[in-house]
Design a protein around this ligand. Structure first.
Ligand code: SF4
Length: 312
């Protein structure tokens, strides 16, 4: 069945409009769009168990993360620059990607966690089809910046169980300034609506591991407490406690000086406490917060091709 649909699905790369950039380039003919991904192969930088996601995703056995290279955003404070630039990673076939998914299951992962998958959606759909036919039963996590086209996400109906999107900005000016992402606030909002529609009510297994649902992440940016407050208020007004929220204070400045002075520091602990109090005051119950001291580079895994190439 996958074979029959392969050409149709891959033809999406011939006039690529997978993300809101809508570059219209022919990636199969070697043309590069904003993200930089090119050709039919998939560039992957790491496939390994990861223990630093939310507790209902990482659990005790770890989340089966697959880190895709390239990105549809250009965040000035990006912590994964080697993969965003495509510098880290190896180009693999769709069949190898399907094997990687199965290997994560064999490692005992709680789920298959696709990190920054947007620009490889056709190849991922095909690889999931192959892996499912060969015994993949793990819940699939779609771990995204939130800069997604809702109409494209509709193609994933029935393939994704857990949505793990960011909601980064409510301010258009900040979205453009910090991530070169015009339209982010509205586009990501529409994408969230689609994810919530597809996921339905959250569900967990007996060990408290999420089996389906939505966890919306918001990374608190230094100097932007007010925006974080507005983000939480907006999201809670729309979704209430039907989704989960992850308020992240792990912002780490890049190892070079940015022209935005605030982004060279960290999000203040007092501001974080204030934000949590604000969220609790709204009635938000389904939330994840981070302990003090979690803003460490050690949370960034090594993009060293672990688990990417077949064992010899
Ligand atoms: S996925 Fe890449 S090439 Fe396609 S529209 Fe987005 S940025 Fe452009």
């Amino acid at each position: 069945m996958c074979q029959i649909n392969k050409r149709d699905i891959l033809s999406l790369l011939e006039d690529c409009r997978l993300c809101p950039r809508q570059c219209g380039v022919n990636r199969l003919a070697g043309e590069k769009g904003f993200c930089g991904a090119v050709g039919e192969k998939v560039r992957v930088a790491r496939a390994a168990l990861h223990f630093w996601e939310e507790p209902c995703i990482s659990g005790e056995k770890g989340s089966g993360t697959v880190f895709f290279s390239w990105c549809t955003l250009r965040c000035v404070f990006c912590q994964n620059r080697e993969i965003r630039s495509g510098e880290a990673g190896a180009d693999i076939s769709i069949e190898r990607l399907a094997d990687i998914f199965l290997e994560q299951q064999q490692r005992g992962a709680h789920n298959l966690n696709l990190v920054t998958p947007t620009h490889y959606l056709p190849q991922i759909m095909l690889a999931l089809g192959i892996a499912r036919e060969n015994g993949l039963t793990l819940p699939v996590v779609y771990n995204t910046s939130g800069y997604e086209r809702a109409e494209v996400l509709r193609m994933l109906e029935g393939l994704v169980d857990i949505w793990l999107p960011d909601y980064k900005y409510l301010s258009e000016a900040l979205a453009v300034d910090y991530s070169a992402a015009p339209g982010y606030p509205e586009t990501a909002s529409a994408a969230l609506d689609e994810m919530v529609r597809q996921a339905g009510e959250p569900a967990f297994d007996a060990d408290g591991m999420m089996q389906k649902g939505v966890i919306i992440r918001h990374l608190c940016l230094p100097g932007h407490l007010e925006q974080s407050r507005q983000v939480v208020a907006k999201l809670f007004a729309r979704y209430g406690n039907s989704v989960y929220y992850s308020l992240m204070n792990q912002y780490t400045p890049p190892p070079f000086k940015l022209r935005w002075e605030n982004l060279n520091g960290r999000f203040k602990a007092a501001d974080y406490d204030e934000l949590i109090d604000f969220a609790v005051g709204l009635g938000l119950e389904n939330g994840f917060v981070q302990e003090e001291g979690t803003a460490e580079e050690s949370f960034i895994p090594a993009f060293d091709l672990s688990g990417v190439l077949p064992e010899k």
